[in-house]
Design a protein around this ligand. Sequence first.
Ligand code: GDP
Ligand code: MG
Length: 201
Amino acid sequence: MFENLSDRLGGVFDRLTRQGALTEADVQTALREVRTALLEADVSLPVARDFVKAVERKATGQAVTKSITPGQQVVKIVHDELVHVLGGEQDEGALKIDNPPAPILMVGLQGGGKTTTTAKLAKRMTEREGKRVLMASLDTNRPAAMEQLAILGTQIGVDTLPIVAGEDPVAIAKRAMTQARLGGYDVVMLDTAAASTSTRR
Ligand SMILES: Nc1nc2c(ncn2[C@@H]2O[C@H](COP(=O)(O)OP(=O)(O)O)[C@@H](O)[C@H]2O)c(=O)[nH]1
Ligand SMILES: [Mg+2]
């Protein structure tokens, strides 16, 4: 989706920057194309509309820097606005959670580092972003996989869901979400087993 979007925007910008002086009509045409590109990339209509309006507002009456062409100036405004929309108000890299607890499902190959990475991410979110994190292991395939996560949790000071013997992964995930909701956690890290042909579906 983003590749297609960047191709489309790239085309619009190429046409803009080739021109020395832009007329208002040039900008209008370009913004219409930007709007179409956003809609075709599945961006919702209100978001696309607000986006184009914000760019228009900033582009109109802006002092154009001498060293760049008006076209490049518009490209910069569009770029800044894209960063703003995609990144939101918060710090770059900060996790945005609209409706806690947010589940994060760790998937990947056996031995790929899912469990280790679960703990690393949990530690980072706890320490750097002040999030309350609950980790739960859904790995019912590998012996001691659940204990592995529990031990890591103790080492990094992050809570893990108590282990209940014989429970299946779906039940564990549901229990983790319930527990997280009751306990006021922001994030639930669900550490899964590797998918394999022997995995029950
Ligand atoms: N060198 C190195 N080893 C790692 C890293 N992450 C995990 N491992 C090791 O790779 C092995 C499998 O990791 P694990 O997290 O259990 O993988 P999982 O099966 O996907 O849960 C363990 O021995 C880890 O200590 C890493 O970033 N670097
Ligand atoms: Mg694992």
